[in-house]
Design a protein around this ligand. Sequence first.
Ligand SMILES: Nc1ncnc2c1ncn2[C@@H]1O[C@H](COP(=O)(O)OP(=O)(O)OP(=O)(O)O)[C@@H](O)[C@H]1O
Ligand SMILES: [Mg+2]
Length: 250
Amino acid sequence: MKTILDVQNLCKSFDNTQVLNDINFKVEKGEFIAIMGQSGSGKSTLLYNISGMDRPTSGNVLLCGKDISKLKDEKISEVRLNQMGFIFQHSYLLKNLSVRDNIVLPGFKSGKLSREQVNENVDAIMEKTGISNVADHDIKEVSGGQLQRAAICRALINQPDIVFGDEPTGALNSGTTKEVMDIINEINNDGTTIIIVTHDARVASRANRVIFLMDGNIHNELILGKYKANKINKSYREKILSEWLEKQGF
Ligand SMILES: Nc1ncnc2c1ncn2[C@@H]1O[C@H](COP(=O)(O)OP(=O)(O)OP(=O)(O)O)[C@@H](O)[C@H]1O
Ligand SMILES: [Mg+2]
């Protein structure tokens, strides 16, 4: 197994308040990790600090062996554009652009792939996520679930090494959540590493590993990957996770 992300002694303070206390963990290539914990435990802060959206107060974040925590803004933007994908609770797509144009934008901006490759890639991922039929629609004309799939496509356009999500299903109903999680599982099965923050045990039960944060510390972690995620085991994984979460006081 190859380590893709190595978080070492990560601390983050705002003013004089420490929000993350000496966080250490490694992520192997191809893992799917869910970060859980009470509101205010530091989940989003952790995600932002390991994905170059914010800078740790101290500690290191190694992406493919390279420390990204001290890169200049310009360099970190490049790393984020080329090597990372992001999915948030709300899709943050640009109004007055079609679904397709929203997805290809970071592809053209990056230059990592040729225009031809970006165009091929966009067709393939829209097909995969089931939104080819709305490719030319304005984003005001599509459903919440379609918007979130478009956001997933945008996150994937540059074939990132790792995709980060902060409550990616937080604004979706349970049916759409399931559809979006099926897609995220599929992307992970194709080899992309995934790290998402979620409050939803059903969402987290899709991950190989659940990290539980409490007051800015890794309180515990649960390996779910050993319970294979086939149909029969799906509810079993959910059961194991809910029992474990209860023990963490969640
Ligand atoms: N930019 C900031 N400035 C000051 N304090 C902050 C900032 N961002 C987060 N905090 C504080 O850090 C703590 C952790 O916040 P964070 O958003 O990481 O929690 P969370 O676990 O994601 O919560 P939620 O589940 O509600 O999204 C909170 O006490 C919050 O008030
Ligand atoms: Mg949060």
